[in-house]
Design a protein around this ligand. Structure first.
Ligand code: M6R
Length: 608
């Protein structure tokens, strides 16, 4: 989604802002722009397309400014054109605004402004904000922003500069992420820390309905109602290296290969092998509640929702607690039945997904305890939940989620052991589960070492237009995730299905042009999956099987086999998803797709 970066200090603003924009590219966008306060007044440049196009435009101009704001726009209102790109200006040309979010009452506001004779030129919902700020400007930019925002309904993170107040940036947030970065004699504002990490790791998170005014040496936070806020600056422990490609062609490839390490990080310091249980610091204050809950609702979107489905299998089997998994976008508009014995688990890599955040708020409003399973430290879901567990996967830059998915499953496995041990699983079983989890990183490495074979299979199939992904039991959500990965980055149509459901419809699609990827690991339903494979083969379908090492027989029944090491059945998704990530990656590379920034997608979906 849209990205914001702003700079005020002693250095030239343009290179800092352009670098910030490049670091925000992963969020997904379709146009970019910049506004600077030069001695002669406000200057701006914007362009549909990628940041390098903006950079090309800027190469013909000389800017010396030390204060500016910049933006990557993911179109919601109006096409991704130069005109609709941000910054949006008012008609005096003094004010520039960049915005992430949606102004819901912009039509009404626009009508009022037009009746007063203003000529708004873009199709965006953002432009009205610049006009409103100008309308209220009386020498105090912060006050004008406050007044303007009091008229606005909807979600926003904004940053504003005004040529009449050349020593400050004013920014505000309601429902879209925003943080300030503190440097020495310089300050930053940004949608996320990646944009400013080269310059500072000291950040303060801006909360909903707060306004921050930045000068080069200071910052001041207040609420929209003008109540002073004192906010402490925190140090982020992400390094620059973590947000760079480290020799890989794409972030997605790097992140797939990081999984042995990220999964070690997800368990580090949390396993208690002697007692066959786990210690999760973010849950220690909730142990009593956790021991009495009778029902769990897990809510999430996209890949995180697939992890939630795996959590359902784990929790029901080992903790014997009924679990419902809900799309956050649906949950927020239903009337879910929640009582004091219901635990709501909220899963989000970014911790900023608008639907997931709204679902969590709704659950808490209804009296539920909401615990987060989140990657980004300090994100809104992490801060607003009652507690939770960080997955510690490090920055995930590729839009297609990979390492966050496996780390989410790992954390769900740990929560399963914790809740299971409070209920019906023995210390021995807990120990066995922990040992299985400890073996995962090495087993993933073995699969990664076989990448060349997966790449060869991709070479055979990358021209296919359709794919079917089949799995059963705990590997059904993995089939969904494999299909999602392929769709997202290669634009090949792919369906994930429970293998046995295929005969109730999708079987009609099967012919020699419809490859099926089938997760056929040696487990309690292996024979059933083999029957499903036979049904595909009988209709000339081609099958790529993900099978368990040592299963010599399977090669006689399928076209290709990718072996994964043996593992306790309930944890097999942690292994079976790895070849599917690599298969999607290599097919997308062969199709020359934009791997890390697939068309139309945003990394963090901060609007509805
Ligand atoms: O940051 P979140 O985990 O809340 O994001 C949820 C989805 O938007 C996300 O998983 C999306 O489906 C990814 N593109 C998956 O690769």
């Amino acid at each position: 989604m849209c990205g914001i970066v702003g700079y005020i200090g002693q250095q030239k603003a343009t290179p800092i802002l352009l670098e910030g924009l490049k670091r925000l590219e992963y969020r997904g966008y379709d146009s970019a722009g910049i506004a600077l306060l030069e001695d002669e007044g406000l200057k701006h440049e914007k362009s549909a397309g990628k940041v390098h196009m903006l950079e090309r435009l800027l190469a013909n101009r000389t800017f010396t400014s030390h204060i500016g704001i910049a933006h990557t726009r993911w179109a919601t209102h109006g096409e991704p054109t130069d005109l609709n790109a941000h910054p949006q200006l008012d008609d005096t040309g003094n004010i520039a605004v960049v915005h992430n979010g949606i102004i819901e009452n912009y039509r009404a506001l626009r009508e009022v402004l037009e009746r007063e004779g203003h000529n708004l030129v873009s199709d965006t919902d953002t432009e009205v904000i610049a006009y409103l700020i100008n309308m209220y400007y009386n020498g105090d930019l912060t006050e004008a922003v406050r007044m303007a925002l009091s008229q606005v309904e909807g979600t926003y993170a904004i940053a504003v500069i005004d040529s009449r107040s050349p020593d400050k940036i004013v920014a505000a947030r309601n429902g879209a992420p925003l943080l300030l970065g503190q440097g020495q004699g310089e300050n930053f504002v940004a949608s996320d820390v990646a944009a400013i990490l080269r310059h500072t790791n000291k950040v303060a998170y801006i909360e909903d309905k707060e306004i921050v005014t930045l000068t080069a040496d200071n910052y001041h936070i207040s609420t929209i109602e003008n109540v002073e806020i004192s906010r402490k600056v925190e140090e982020i422990n992400w390094s620059l290296e973590m947000i760079e490609k480290a020799g890989h062609d794409h972030f997605m490839h790097k992140e797939i290969h990081e999984q042995p390490e990220t999964l070690r990080n997800a368990t580090r310091g949390r396993l208690n092998i002697e007692e066959g249980t786990v210690r999760l610091n973010g849950l220690t204050d909730h142990l009593e509640d956790l021991s009495r809950i009778k029902r769990v609702i897990i809510t999430a979107c996209g890949t995180s929702w697939h992890a939630a489905l795996i959590g359902e299998y784990l929790l029901e089997e080992y903790a014997q607690i009924p679990v419902e998994v809900e799309y956050a976008s649906e949950f927020r508009y239903r009337s879910p039945i929640i009582d004091e014995n219901t635990l709501v688990l909220v899963i989000s890599q970014s911790g900023e997904t608008a639907d997931t955040l709204a679902a969590m708020r709704e659950a808490r409003r209804k009296g539920a305890k909401a615990l987060g399973i989140v990657n980004v430290v300090g994100s809104t879901i992490a801060r607003e939940s009652d507690g939770g567990v960080y997955i510690h996967a490090g920055p995930e830059i590729g839009v297609a989620s990979t390492k966050a998915f496996t780390s989410q499953i790992m954390v769900l496995s740990l929560i399963t052991i914790l809740l299971g041990r409070m209920r019906n699983i023995s210390a021995n079983m807990g120990k066995e589960m922990i040992e299985a989890l400890e073996s995962i990183p090495e087993k993933i490495q073995q699969i990664l070492d076989n990448e060349i074979q997966i790449k060869e299979i991709a070479e055979t199939y990358y021209k296919s237009n359709n794919f079917l992904y089949l799995g059963r039991g705990v590997n059904f959500p993995v089939a969904l995730e494999g299909a999602l990965k392929l769709k997202e980055i290669s634009y090949i149509h792919a369906e994930g299905y429970p293998a046995a459901e295929m005969k109730h419809g999708p079987i009609a699609l099967i012919d020699e042009k419809m490859p099926a990827v089938v997760i056929a690991t040696k487990d309690s339903i292996y024979d059933k999956v083999m029957s499903n494979i036979a049904q595909v083969r009988a209709r000339n379908g081609r099958v790529i099987a993900i099978a368990t090492e040592g299963d010599a027989e399977i090669a006689n029944h399928v076209n290709h086999v990718i072996f994964i090491p043996q593992i306790k059945q309930c944890f097999s998704p942690l292994l079976s998803v790895i070849p599917l990530q690599l298969l999607a990656y290599h097919m997308a590379v062969l199709r020359k797709c934009n791997i890390d920034q697939p068309r139309n997608l945003a990394k963090s979906v901060t609007v509805e």
